[in-house]
Write a protein of this length. Structure first.
Ligand SMILES: O=P(O)(O)OC[C@H]1O[C@@H](O)[C@H](O)[C@@H](O)[C@@H]1O
Length: 299
């Protein structure tokens, strides 16, 4: 659907509007009685969520390209069908193709203070070129005082579908150097900054340097303590057994040309994932759902 068709089919006066960037990206602008949000059709990318009376909960990079086919830095990139680098011996874009493809808006409805949206993605020329031609994705986003994100994958092939997936959420921090995460005590992680060495988390994750960790076999709720911002963000999840914690810090951020030099201080990625040992193998005709439920409180 083009911009005019989206407006005609889905706009809700005062709640759901559609706009287009000068670069041609269509996005939904959402204002419910409980929150505001912005979602791009490119990648079904949640780029903003802010409950009434709160600062934005989701970080968005100012240098992001916002261009067709390019990933958006910040927000909630959706990784599918692989996480980070493709590792089945074939090449492909970092974090897969889902975040750089335009999705379709299939449903929008306001119930009470919450706006419910569903985006879908099926096979495209790019996915087929990368070897994925028999899948369907549905992404339900519920915008309100809390934010609920649910990614469902359906296998329409006659053979198993093997995939990784992530909601690579960039949570806004007043200062990541004062941030900690609880919920991962005792969990084994692969330290990507130490040649994927397996290590065990003891106590809270204390953000004190470049961090790129894949916590395995954990469905635990994580709480991000933003001490400088005097608030905490809680991420409850289902259908996800991997949690990734990432921040490039000052020494790593120069590798990211779409990040301002000091923006690393303003976010903490605590990602809802199935990857590595938690890779999903979906039988023909089966579906799998992964959900994150995000809430924020002042402390
Ligand atoms: O630059 P990208 O493709 O968005 O990835 C950012 C980071 O995403 C993290 O989830 C990965 O663990 C990192 O290794 C990666 O560098």
């Amino acid at each position: 659907m083009d911009l005019a068709q989206l407006v005609e089919h889905f706009a809700i006066p005062g709640v759901l509007a559609f706009n287009q960037t000068p670069t041609g990206l269509i996005y939904a602008s959402i204002t419910t009685p409980a929150a505001s949000a912005t979602i791009y059709l490119l990648g079904a990318h949640v780029a903003h969520w802010q409950p009434v009376g709160e600062r934005p909960v989701i970080f968005l990079g100012h240098k992001s390209d916002f261009a067709p086919g390019k990933p958006i830095r910040g927000g909630v990139p959706l990784a599918f069908p692989w996480f980070a680098t493709r590792h089945d011996g074939k090449t492909g874009p970092s974090h897969g193709f889902a975040r750089i493809q335009p999705w379709t808006l299939a449903f929008a409805a306001l119930t009470g203070d919450e706006l419910h949206l569903t985006f879908t993605l099926g096979p495209t020329q790019m996915s087929r070129d990368l070897g994925f031609d028999n899948f369907r994705l549905a992404y339900k986003v519920t915008v309100g005082r809390t934010l609920t994100l649910q990614l469902t994958v359906a296998n329409e092939a006659s053979t198993p579908l093997v995939f990784e997936e992530a909601m690579h959420t960039y949570y806004a921090m007043a200062d990541v150097r004062e941030a900690t995460i609880t919920g991962l005590d005792g969990v084994t992680y692969l330290d990507k900054n130490d040649h994927f060495a397996p290590k065990v988390q003891h106590g809270p994750v204390i953000m004190a340097g470049m961090t790129d960790r894949v916590y395995q076999n954990t469905a635990a709720t994580c709480v991000l303590h933003d001490a400088a911002g005097k608030r905490r963000i809680t991420v409850e999840k289902t259908g996800s057994n991997t949690t990734v914690v990432w921040n490039p810090w000052d020494n790593g951020s120069s590798a990211f040309t779409d990040l301002e030099p000091t923006e690393w201080r303003e976010f903490l990625c605590c990602e809802t994932v199935n990857a590595g040992v938690n890779t999903i193998t979906l039988a023909p005709g089966a579906v799998h759902s992964m959900q994150a439920h995000i809430s924020v409180e002042k402390v």
